[in-house]
Structure formats: structure tokens, C-alpha cells
Ligand binder design. Structure first.
Ligand code: ATP
Length: 692
């Protein structure tokens, strides 16, 4: 929309909100005046909150705290912004949050915070029993007669004027029917407080009745907040709603390392994010949330911030390598990472000792052997030939005899010597250095919990490193992932890493909430022949049983005889997208070269595109463009896979084992790309019709 259009839309909306608010405010004041037993300050707080009840919120006042003889809860407020457990205070002086303590008049008032947190817990359990995530429940203290906007751990401290605008500008996370369902349930759990002098029940109907304009100055804060709220897009419901089984995982107490696995789209990341929020709410510690990919941490941080803003700054989202480098810097250890120089060292090593060895008979491409060194030898932290001679090479189908392994070892030693000569480190060195430092500092790490998402992509050294930060502490390490979505060669078993996960600490999610049956079937057809081994070491069939939620979806196959026609079909499909739909669409490609090619194509056609490495999870009106690998962990309503069969040639019967291995990896990557699609999967192919 043009800037002028958006300004006039805002002005129009502002006038509408103003009119509406005046009426709602007057109704709220009238109702608050009926609260005869309350002080004037409490009535002013009530008026702010009663405005919300005119806008779809439900307010339960003076309720009994279940499980106690005579304690009460001042207010429960349920609305599009979540559930708030409210304690209204009529204190003479304004309180302060000092070093995590509640202080007023120079004295500690912590007992009030403890009490509020206890009653919040009861509300959380009640809400969780409806299948809603506990992050939607927030404790709030409101201070009549004071201006305040502060936080005390997870409790928000607001003044009487601040409370209305703050709640009104909360992002919408609960749809209207659910607001009522939750409020009805809380009405049962927190019954009316006998002897309450506050009138209960529905608010008075709003009429155009002229009323005194008292307190209209209080409208100012509400006006801006109401406007912001009206223009904000609702956040995805999944951030609030979880299946009761997922809620149970989020809140579970694990006595040691735990693992959540499950096929694509089963809510593993959603549970991981909620778990991170839960852990920081429950403790004073920090949580490290790690993935292998560089772009995911930004996106996940954005999601957590909109889901649970009060705790988001205590969760550190990092890619494994960026965290390891940061950690080494903090330890005063210099990592001289230089990928290009390391690459040159490998090329020279290949030229000197690889190219003319028996390795070239197995696979003449140096890449295969570079990966062997990176993922098998250095990735597993192997330092002697004896160890390498017998190690099971996970996810590597090609069998190597002893003489081959000797040749790989010679190549590895040559590479290491040339790399050291140049004084540089590669990515694996960074992790090994960090592991040594982390072990040296056992028990002194700043994170109390580590959550690893897409754990199947890590190397053994990477997993050992993260494990060493929290060891086997209760609720310390959580590994989240799915071996079927491995997009890198090599791999590890948890037992190799010394991580013992037993009993209920290994959990499997089985309901796919993302893909429709059509889309999932198309994706599974690509990998159904490929059994895989997950990090628990168990072989699993490529076609797994998954429960699907009812959900429409469409697979569109487009085949054209030439690249030009194929690309034109892609452009046509993108141009046909309804307004606003670009933001939820992605064009994914198997290689960097293909990304460059499609970037130029979209550019020339005037279709805005945002590269996945620059995407941070905030809505942007551009098609996302990136590689299959970079799309990991993300999802889009529409996914376009141009020329998707380019890397999928079925190996001929005489194909070498390494070719078969590469094809299998390509299939896994394509599978990941296909399962990113929620509603539409567009599969483009270039097929010349056979000559007559
Ligand atoms: N209880 C639920 N109700 C409705 N939708 C849900 C629920 N749990 C998760 N989802 C939705 O399912 C989709 C997949 O979730 P998520 O990305 O967490 O899955 P995943 O297992 O991490 O996927 P992948 O392994 O493919 O990256 C998301 O759109 C999420 O919002």
C-alpha cells in the first residue's frame, strides 16, 4: 500500500476507535461506580479494565482461591491478549522492583509477589487442562494511585493508568470463542467469593446516554493502544495453543537429559520454544536454544518474543558455531576461523596425497573425502588411526576397507599439516577448542538449560560440547529433532556422546499439524525406500505412521519442455498470488547456483524476494527465497520448488555407492523442502517429451 493510503487508513481507524472508546469508557465508569465497597483508586483501576470487557474481554472479580479456606483473588481477566491474574494494591507509596525484590516504603513486600505467583500457578493448571499453553497466563499487580511500568521476574507491575493501555496493546493470541471457554472454566475453578461486596455479572449495555466526562483524561493512553491493537496482525494461534500432551512435555520435570523426536511437522519446535519459556519462568537462569543453521535462531527469537515477551530476553538463540566462537572469545581463546584458507589447505592435500590414491577409485570427487574428514574424523573428534580404522561411519553407505581408511587418514594428516602451516582453523576446530574450554569450566556455565533443535544435523563433537555445559542436571539438556530430516552426511548416536536418555525422558510426537495428506504423501513418496537411523541408533522405515489433523492442501505438478517455459509458469503462479500472500510463500532451491538464477528471474519480473538468510520471522511482503537446507525448521503456506527433480536422478544399477549415498542425501533435502508447505506445494519439472 502507498504511504499516503496507509496514513489515511490509520487516521480513519483512529477516529473510529476514538468514538468507540468514549462510549466504552463511559459504560465502564458507570459500572465501576457500582463498586461501592471499593476505594476510589480501585474503582479507577476497575474502570480501565472494564473498558476491556467492552472489547471482548471477560473480567472475574473477587473470586475464591481454590484449595484455601478464605483467601481470594482480586481479578482474573481473560481476553484476546491472554489470561491475567491480577492483584490490585492500594499502597500509600509507589513500589519498586529492586534486585528481584518487591519493596515499598523501604520494606520488603515479597510475600505479596509469592502469593500472586502461587495463585497464578493454580490458574495455569486450570488453563493447561483446556489444552492451552501456560505461557498465556500472566501475573499482574496493579497499583491504584500510582504511575508505574516495571517487571519483577515474571510479574508485571503497572500503575492504574498504565494497566488499560498495556493490556489493550497485547498481541491477540486467543480467539473470541476460546476467551469465553476459558472464562467459563475459570469461573468454575475460582468460584465467587462469599461475602464479596463487588457486583458480579455482565456489564451494563452500552448506550449513547450522556454521562459526565469525568476521568476522560484517562482515555489518552487507551486511545493509542486501541489503535495499535486494531492494526496489528494476530499472532499465530499455535503460539498459545498446545495439545494437552504437548503441554505435559513443556511442564515436565526430567531428572536428566531428555529428547523429543517425531516426524516433520509434529510440533517439536513449538514444544521446544514453550519449554524454553517455561524453564526461564520457573528459574532465575538463562536458557541456550541452539540450532545448526544460522538463520533459524533469529526467526525463533522473533517467535518467542511475540509469544512470551516477558521472558524472551533470558533465552539466548544461537547457531552452534556462532555461540562457540562467542564462548571462546569470552574465555580469551583465539579461534582463527578461515574457511577459505582451510579449503585451500584441503585442495592442496588432495592434490598431493588424495588424487592418485585408491580413494579416487571409489569417488574421484574430492568433496566426498572432505566430508569424510569433516563429519566422520573431525566431527567425531577422532585423533588416532586405530580409532578411525574401526569406527562405524553413520549415514555413510560406502564401505571402506582398511587400505581405504589408511588413505583417508593420510589425506587427513596432510590437510591438518597444511592448515596448521597457514595458522587457520576450520569449523570443526572451533567446536573442539570450545569443548576443551567448556570441560575446563565445568559447573561454571551461565546457562542452566540447553535446548538443541534439529539435533540430527550436529556432529558428535557439537553435541558433546552442548552436553558439557549442563551435564546430566535435571531439566538441563533437551535434544529435539528427527533423523529423517538429516541434511548433512555423517551423524552420531547419543550413546557415543555419553548421553543416557531412558524411560519417559525419550518422547515421540506423532501428530502432524502442518501438512495436508496430499502434501505429506508426495513428500513421503520421495524417501519411502530410505530407512534411516536416528540418534537413538534404531533403524526406522522411510514411510512412518503419522496422525494427520484435518487440513486441506494441494500439490500442483507443473511440467514444461524447456527451462524458459518452466520459469514462466513459476512467474505466472507467483503473480497469481492473492494480495498479501507473498509473505507466506517461499521459492526453495537445491543449490546456491539455482538460488542466484531464481533471484535474477524474480528481480527481472519485479517480484520482491527476501533471501532466507535475511529473514527474521517478522512478516515482510516478499516471497522468501533460499536453499532446501536453509528452509529447515521453517514453514510457509505455499512452497514453490522449481526444477525440483534436477538433483534427483535415480542412480543407475551400475552407479557407485557414493553416487547412491549422494542421491539419498538429495532426497532427504527435497523431503525437508516439501514438508515446509502447509497449504500448497508447487512442484516444477523440466521434461523434454521423448522424440518420435
Ligand atoms: N497443538 C497444536 N495445534 C495446532 N497446531 C499445532 C500444534 N502444535 C504444533 N502446531 C503447528 O504445527 C506446525 C509444525 O510445528 P513445528 O514447526 O513445531 O513442527 P516440527 O516438528 O518442529 O517440524 P519440522 O521437524 O518439520 O521442522 C506449526 O504450524 C505449528 O504451529
Amino acid at each position: 500500500m502507498a504511504a499516503g493510503g496507509s496514513a489515511s487508513r490509520r487516521a480513519q481507524e483512529a477516529r473510529r476507535q476514538e468514538r468507540l472508546l468514549r462510549e466504552q469508557w463511559q459504560a465502564a465508569r458507570r459500572q465501576a461506580r457500582r463498586w461501592e465497597a471499593a476505594s476510589e483508586g480501585e474503582r479507577r483501576v476497575a474502570a480501565q479494565l472494564l473498558v476491556l470487557t467492552e472489547r471482548g474481554w471477560r473480567l472475574l472479580v473477587d473470586r475464591r482461591w481454590p484449595g484455601t479456606r478464605a483467601a481470594n483473588v482480586d481479578m482474573l481477566l481473560i481476553g484476546p491478549g491472554g489470561v491475567f491474574v491480577i492483584d490490585v494494591k492500594n499502597w500509600r507509596s509507589a513500589p519498586q522492583a529492586l534486585d528481584g525484590r518487591l519493596v515499598a516504603d523501604g520494606a520488603s513486600r515479597d510475600e505479596h509477589a509469592t502469593r500472586l505467583l502461587a495463585v497464578t500457578k493454580v490458574a495455569e493448571s486450570a488453563v493447561a487442562s483446556l489444552g492451552m499453553s501456560p505461557v498465556a497466563v500472566q501475573p499482574l499487580m496493579v497499583f491504584a494511585g500510582h504511575r508505574l511500568h516495571a517487571e519483577l521476574g515474571r510479574i508485571r507491575l503497572l500503575g492504574e493508568r498504565e494497566v488499560g493501555p498495556a493490556l489493550l496493546s497485547e498481541r491477540r493470541r486467543v480467539p473470541a470463542p476460546t476467551v469465553n471457554a476459558i472464562a467459563n472454566h475459570l469461573e468454575q475453578v475460582f468460584p465467587e467469593y462469599e461475602g464479596s461486596s463487588i457486583p458480579q455479572g455482565a456489564s451494563e449495555p452500552i448506550g449513547p446516554r450522556a454521562d459526565s466526562a469525568d476521568g476522560l483524561f484517562d482515555l489518552e493512553g487507551l486511545r493509542e493502544a486501541a489503535l495499535d491493537e486494531a492494526l496489528k496482525a494476530p499472532i499465530e494461534q499455535w503460539m498459545t495453543f498446545l495439545h494437552p500432551d504437548q503441554v505435559a512435555l513443556v511442564r515436565r520435570n526430567w531428572s536428566g537429559p531428555a529428547r523429543i523426536s517425531g516426524p516433520a511437522g509434529t510440533g517439536k519446535t513449538v514444544v521446544g520454544l514453550h519449554r524454553a519459556a517455561h524453564l526461564v519462568r520457573r528459574t532465575n537462569g538463562r536458557v541456550l536454544y541452539v540450532t545448526f543453521a544460522n538463520n533459524l535462531p533469529r526467526v525463533q527469537a522473533t517467535f518467542l518474543t511475540s509469544m512470551s515477551p516477558a521472558v524472551a530476553d533470558r533465552v539466548d538463540f544461537r547457531s552452534l558455531h556462532s555461540w562457540a566462537r562467542e564462548f571462546l572469545r569470552d574465555c580469551g581463546v583465539e579461534a582463527r576461523l578461515n574457511g577459505d584458507k582451510a579449503e585451500t589447505a584441503f585442495s592442496l592435500a588432495w592434490k598431493h596425497v588424495g588424487r592418485d590414491s585408491c580413494l579416487a577409485e571409489i569417488d574421484p570427487a574430492p568433496t566426498y573425502w572432505r566430508e569424510e574428514i569433516a563429519h566422520v574424523i573431525k566431527g567425531r573428534g577422532i585423533t588416532s588411526f586405530d580409532e578411525y580404522a574401526t569406527v562405524p561411519r553413520l549415514r555413510r553407505r560406502t564401505s571402506l576397507r582398511r587400505n581405504h581408511r589408511q588413505a583417508v587418514w593420510a589425506l587427513f594428516e596432510a590437510y591438518e599439516a597444511l592448515r596448521a602451516e597457514r595458522g587457520v582453523h576450520d569449523f570443526n576446530d572451533v567446536l573442539s577448542l570450545a569443548l576443551t574450554e567448556a570441560r575446563r569450566r565445568t559447573g561454571r556455565h551461565r546457562h542452566t538449560a540447553v535446548i538443541v533443535d534439529e539435533v540430527q544435523d550436529l556432529t558428535l563433537v557439537g553435541v558433546r560440547l552442548l552436553h558439557s555445559l549442563v551435564g546430566d542436571a535435571p531439566n538441563g539438556l533437551l535434544l529435539v529433532g528427527d533423523g529423517q530430516q538429516a541434511v548433512y552426511p555423517g551423524g552420531f548416536r547419543m550413546s557415543d556422546a555419553g548421553i543416557d536418555i531412558r524411560g519417559d525422558r525419550a518422547q515421540v510426537l506423532r501428530t502432524n499439524y502442518r501438512n495436508s495428506k496430499e502434501i505429506l504423501d508426495a513428500a513421503l513418496a520421495v524417501v519411502e525406500q530410505d530407512t534411516f537411523e536416528d540418534i537413538d541408533g534404531l533403524p526406522t522405515s522411510g514411510r512412518r505412521d503419522v496422525d494427520l489433523t484435518y487440513h486441506d492442501g494441494q500439490v500442483i505438478h507443473v511440467s514444461r519442455p524447456t527451462r524458459a517455459e518452466h520459469d514462466q509458469a513459476l512467474l505466472d503462479a507467483l503473480r497469481d498470488l492473492p494480495p498479501g500472500a507473498r509473505a507466506d510463500s517461499a521459492v526453495l532451491c537445491p543449490s546456491t547456483r539455482a538460488i542466484g538464477q531464481y533471484q535474477r528471474l524474480l528481480d527481472r519480473a519485479g517480484i520482491p524476494a527476501r533471501l532466507l538468510e535475511h529473514y527474521d520471522g517478522r512478516p515482510v511482503d516478499a516471497v522468501k527465497l533460499g536453499s532446501y537446507r536453509r528452509a529447515k525448521g521453517l514453514e510457509f503456506k505455499r512452497v514453490f520448488l522449481p526444477d525440483h527433480q534436477a538433483t534427483l536422478s535415480t542412480p543407475a544399477p551400475e552407479a557407485s555407492e557414493t553416487q547412491c549415498e549422494r542421491s539419498e542425501l538429495s532426497r532427504s533435502q527435497l523431503f525437508v523442502a516439501m514438508t515446509r508447505a502447509r497449504d500448497v506445494l508447487w512442484l516444477g519439472s523440466i521434461h523434454r517429451p521423448p522424440q518420435a
